[in-house]
Design a protein. Structure first.
Length: 313
């Protein structure tokens, strides 16, 4: 099992060509370490002047960081935790300002393919979905204990599922017959509602699984928090790169960047600016960058990726 890093060259080039790393030591934070693919390339290409501080909330990802510590002594460290707590994590490690931040959000192939983690309807396992198995409630508890209204809201808000209410009703009726505790049992129950599902491009449970994962890990809130804290921490000239994999995340990133790039908002007829608002960032690549066809062919998981980047002014 392996995780193939997405938009690797593009993201590393953007991060390393922002602020000049010549002469001065720089710190880049990879807040989604995963299998360490992006971190390794940053350390290889950044040379001795670039240190990488990585973060991951998944203990299995943390355990994968040992090789990098050996290969790049003194230039790499991993902080276990949620990137929503960026300030606390960096303060505790004695790190002040940073020169780059990478967020390659979502799941790694390690997490998706490990049935025991319960992220994928393709691999049988307990319906868990917690990135950090020690924090929060597993997806099975949400499925077993929530009422129809709550489930409908979760599927609609975090999965944009058009049949949210019908699926929620079917779950509540189904769990009375037999508890829904595994990935397959939930996927089969949803698939049963769609007679010709094998003909469709996507499995009918795709959106529900996405919604549950986002809800269980409170992913959108964590993203909002790290965007603001990360921008605050960046040195002028430092860059932030975010790779997202679905429209909910991408919309959030796009609107945060757009808002931060906005300068004076006074009406044109006002001769002197009274709002005092100045752009905090410059947007790099508008619209977002998508993987090239050859990357999608090599790594089909990259097909929905969208990279957005800014430079702090
Ligand atoms: C797509 S993978 C990153 C892959 C990595 N760039 C690589 O090349 O190997 C996303 C990783 O981010 C982690 N993650 C997601 N949300 C997180 C959060 N709020 N805090 C810390 N880590 C998070 C996941 O556990 C996962 O390991």
């Amino acid at each position: 099992m392996k995780h193939v890093p997405v938009l690797l060259q593009e993201s590393v080039d953007i991060l390393l060509s922002g602020r000049s790393f010549s002469g001065d030591h720089g710190v880049i934070v990879d807040a989604t370490f995963g299998g360490g693919g992006h971190t390794r390339r940053l350390l290889e290409l950044g040379g001795d002047l670039v240190n990488v501080v990585a973060i991951d909330r998944d203990p299995a990802a943390v355990a994968r960081s040992a090789d990098l510590k050996k290969d790049f002594p003194g230039r790499f460290q991993l902080l276990p935790g949620n990137f929503a707590d960026l300030d606390q994590l960096l303060d505790d490690a004695g790190i002040g300002r940073i020169d780059g931040l990478l967020l390659d959000i979502g799941l790694s192939s390690f997490q998706l393919e490990e049935g025991e983690r319960g992220f994928s309807f393709q691999n049988e396992g307990p319906l868990d979905m917690r990135m950090d198995p020690a924090v929060g409630r597993p997806a099975s508890a949400i499925i077993q204990e929530s009422d129809v209204e709550t489930l409908t809201r979760i599927f609609r808000e975090f999965g944009e599922e058009p049949y949210a209410a019908a699926i929620a009703r079917k779950i509540v009726a189904g769990r009375r017959q037999k508890p829904l505790l595994t990935t397959r049992s939930l996927a089969l129950l949803i698939a049963d509602m769609v007679p010709d599902y094998k003909q469709s491009r996507r499995h009918p449970a795709t959106r529900v699984f996405q919604a549950l994962r986002i809800f269980v890990n409170d992913e959108l809130k964590a993203l909002e928090e790290v965007l603001e804290a990360g921008l605050e921490r960046l040195n002028p000239g430092g860059r932030m790169v975010v790779i997202s994999y679905h429209s909910l995340e991408d919309r959030l990133v796009k609107s945060f960047f757009r808002e931060a790039a906005k300068g004076c908002i006074c009406p044109p007829r006002v001769p002197v600016c009274g709002c005092g608002r100045v752009s905090r960032v410059k947007i790099i690549h508008r619209p977002g960058l998508r993987p090239q066809p050859d990357e999608i062919e090599r790594n089909p998981r990259s097909r929905s990726a969208c990279l957005r980047a800014i430079e702090k002014l």
